[in-house]
Design a protein. Structure first.
Length: 93
């Protein structure tokens, strides 16, 4: 029944953000399977940030506090990207 729902452009935007956010788990899982150990590739954090920002914008549009608060970890994702950049710029940092 939900497949017959009328999706607005905002709904499609939210689904796109959620898809990006979900890709981080899929990519991390595949990467870990190939390495035969738990690996968190850099792209995990980029999917987290961009998917999270899009979902946050969608949640603000809907005025849904639960959705909005679910993106509270965005600063952590951004900080991890900062560490990635810093480490690549200064290898022993």
């Amino acid at each position: 029944m939900w497949l017959q729902a009328n999706l607005t452009p905002w709904d499609l935007f939210g689904l796109f953000g959620q898809s990006l956010f979900m890709m981080r788990f899929i990519y991390q899982w595949v990467h870990s399977e190939r390495a035969k150990k738990v690996v968190v590739p850099d792209i995990f954090w980029y999917f987290s940030v961009f998917g999270g920002i899009i979902v946050l914008i969608y949640a603000i549009h809907l005025h849904k506090i639960v959705f909005i608060l679910s993106q509270a970890a965005l600063p952590i994702y951004m900080r991890n990207i900062y560490f990635i950049w810093r480490h690549k710029r200064v290898p022993n940092a």
